[in-house]
Write a protein of this length. Structure first.
Length: 309
């Protein structure tokens, strides 16, 4: 599980698996090519570092926030966020918890590269079943991870049970889906990205329906915090705004995103929209993503906080 992926359910991604990215949630993780996906997840998180850093500083600066000595990054993906949390909380041990060994290996490599190997460790765990093995924490960060768990209320109660007194759960859930192109790109029907959103929302719903023990839950996160004995501490959204013209790294990310979507949801699109995606992902097409000067990246991630008394 990783934190990036949907209609606001960005699988963060940095954390990883955005449901909008087409290496869709219903695949068995064992079937995925993590050597190919890992760098994309890492790149996605690195592009969003400003968002995550601003959010982490907001959380660290809350009144009455206790000193953070131990952090769990649930569904940590390739470890970009785990390392960032270690930098924001210089006295904390950060445990990256994920079910994919290849991503945990990337985390260890990254921590070593950044000089954080003494404070960033990894735990291979199938979530939410193995959650108790993670141990207690002052901060539990779940970036687009909770929606990969069938019974979200029970999983959140599990998080609450691991919190030390005064500790905080950070849920990264919702926000605004990414936008990359003008409404009218000069060919095909205008409004392509809005139509992709609809299909991705359906795919997300199917992913939820297929999870073991899945239960429908009203996505009122403050109410869910209260239901598991946590006090809501506020909600804030942070914007990622990379205007045109994009850097090469950001452009490569957008191209990879559209390529995965073409592969992942192409069967649900009509012939005209598929033809548009083919043109957009064609390196030789002058109107494609490789050469357009109007491609941008704009999205919001929303952070919800709950604190243990």
């Amino acid at each position: 599980m990783s934190n990036d992926t949907g209609h606001g359910h960005h699988h963060d991604s940095g954390h990883g698996h955005r449901h909008e990215s087409g290496h869709a949630h219903h695949h068995d993780p064992a079937d995925l090519d993590w050597d190919a996906i890992g760098p994309l997840l890492e790149q996605n998180a690195e592009l969003s570092t400003g968002q995550y850093t601003a959010a982490a500083r907001w959380i660290a600066g809350l009144p009455d926030a206790p000193e953070v000595r131990r952090v769990l990054d649930i569904g940590s993906g390739p470890g970009v966020i785990a390392c960032l949390l270690a930098e924001v909380s210089p006295k904390a041990e950060v445990v990256a918890v994920d079910g994919t060994p290849a991503l945990l290996e990337r985390t260890r490599d990254r921590a070593k590269r950044l000089g954080l190997a003494d404070r960033v460790t990894t735990l291979h765990a199938d979530l939410p079943g193995d959650l108790a093995r993670a141990g207690e924490a002052d901060l539990i960060w779940a970036g687009n991870a909770l929606h990969h768990m069938g019974d979200q209320r029970a999983a959140l109660a599990g998080f609450a049970g691991l919190l030390r007194p005064g500790g905080t759960v950070v849920l990264v859930e919702g926000g605004l889906q990414p936008r990359h192109l003008p409404r009218d790109i000069g060919f095909g029907r205008p409004g392509l990205e809005e139509r992709l959103d609809v299909i991705q929302a359906e795919a997300f719903e199917q992913m939820r329906a297929d999870l073991p023990g899945t239960k429908r839950e009203t996505e009122n996160w403050a109410a869910l915090f209260c239901a598991v004995g946590l006090a809501p501490q506020g909600t804030r959204s942070f914007l990622l705004d990379l205007p045109a013209p994009l850097t090469d790294v950001a452009r490569d990310h957008v191209i990879a995103d559209f390529t995965r979507r073409r592969e992942g949801i192409g069967e649900r699109l009509d012939a005209e929209d598929n033809a548009v995606l083919d043109r957009l992902t064609d390196p030789e097409d002058p109107a494609g993503l490789h050469r357009r000067t109007d491609t941008f990246l704009l999205m919001a991630r929303t952070f919800h906080l709950g604190r243990k008394a």
